[in-house]
Design a protein around this ligand. Structure first.
Ligand code: TYM
Length: 332
């Protein structure tokens, strides 16, 4: 059976982008067709300025939302990255295989480093080495497929390069993974800035739909989405990014195609109304289940405890093999 690994980083409240671009497929497809692991990758949240209490809170909320969205611990492994030491252990070895030039070429590093500097902060070294830790997350489990949104493709490509290089130098140790991405909604855009990704740690709050937003808040955000000049509803990602984004969101929520849906609307107002209602309906069951799970913290703790035990047992043999292959003396 193929192995799937993916993760979500607790740097902010989870968004509709996370859900449509990644989580929904983990629930509907991956957990049924693969031996799948899904992780709240909390170590990654320490790469930018952070408040410890908030990261802890968001990690718990993200884990609860993964279960609320429908990940079933009987079918897949749900765990928190920092509970499994193998990620950090392997990351160091991979730092000895990846290069500084490769890290500096990463688009997300460049964008985030600029943002951190603009805020007057300094750039943490871990922000530069982030893709290596992500490679460790993936390679530790012998992962075949990594289901992610479009923004993570370059990082998965790096994990492939590092795996191939390690195998060539030190003998076959890692499976070479590949990214898989959803056809529609691989890149959900910010409703206020439809040329930028809807990211959970961004500043433009009104343009981001969070999974736990109340229905009226969702409606308000969608109704106020920036649309393009012109009146007719056409699907053109380059020329009409605002309308294209709404069509993609609507298509992802209702199962149609953005091109076909564009023909069904004569005004932006009607498109926004239907999109808002479709999003509210998609989020409703997740929010209801989230509420139930919050009332049962012992259940979530149990899932995370079992998940970490299972993940550790899966990762350890591969990471131990990598230690031996690269030349480290086994402990007597
Ligand atoms: P993160 O936490 O930013 O996002 C989690 C998942 O959601 C997808 N996503 C989106 N998809 C479409 N449109 C959007 N606006 C949008 N925003 C987010 C992301 O592509 C991702 O699949 N580096 C990763 C976390 C990570 C990871 C890993 C992923 C760490 N280690 C190993 C896979 C495998 C990240 O920051 O995701």
């Amino acid at each position: 059976m193929k192995r799937v690994f993916s993760g979500v980083k607790p740097t902010g409240h989870l968004t509709l982008g996370n859900y449509l671009g990644a989580m929904r497929r983990w629930v509907a497809v991956d957990q049924h067709q693969a031996d799948a692991l899904f992780s709240v990758v909390d170590l990654h949240a320490l790469t930018v300025e952070h408040d410890p209490a908030r990261v802890r809170r968001l990690s718990r909320q993200a884990a609860t939302l993964l279960l609320a969205a429908g990940l079933d611990p009987e079918r897949c492994t749900v765990f928190v990255q920092s509970h499994v030491d193998e990620h950090a252990r392997l990351s160091y070895l991979l730092e000895c295989v990846a290069t500084d030039g490769e890290m500096r070429r990463m688009i997300q590093y460049k964008e985030k480093a600029v943002r951190e500097r603009a805020r007057g902060g300094s750039v943490r070294l871990s922000l530069l080495t982030y893709p290596v830790l992500m490679a460790a997350d993936i390679l530790a489990y012998g992962t075949d497929e990594v289901p992610v949104g479009e923004d993570q493709a370059q990082h998965v490509e790096l994990a492939r390069d590092v795996a191939v290089r390690f195998n060539q130098r030190y003998g076959h140790t890692f499976v070479v993974p590949r990214a898989t991405s959803p056809g529609v909604a691989a890149r959900v855009m910010n409703l206020q800035e439809p040329t930028s990704k809807m990211g959970k740690s961004d500043d433009v709050g009104p343009g981001i739909v969070y999974l736990l937003d109340e229905p009226d808040v969702v409606r308000r955000k969608v109704m106020r989405a920036v649309t393009d000049s012109g009146r007719d509803v056409v699907y053109d990602r380059e020329g009409r990014p605002g309308v294209a984004n709404l069509l993609e969101i609507l298509a992802a929520c209702t199962g149609g195609s953005p091109e076909a849906l564009s023909g069904a609307y004569e005004s932006y107002g009607a498109l926004k109304r239907d999109t808002a209602e479709a999003v509210v309906e998609v989020l409703r069951p997740v929010q209801e289940r989230h509420k139930e799970l919050c009332a049962d913290p012992g259940y979530v703790d149990g899932v995370l405890r079992d998940g970490a035990d299972r993940a550790r047992a899966m990762a350890r043999p591969t990471v131990d093999a990598a230690y031996r292959a690269i030349g480290l003396l086994p402990a007597p």
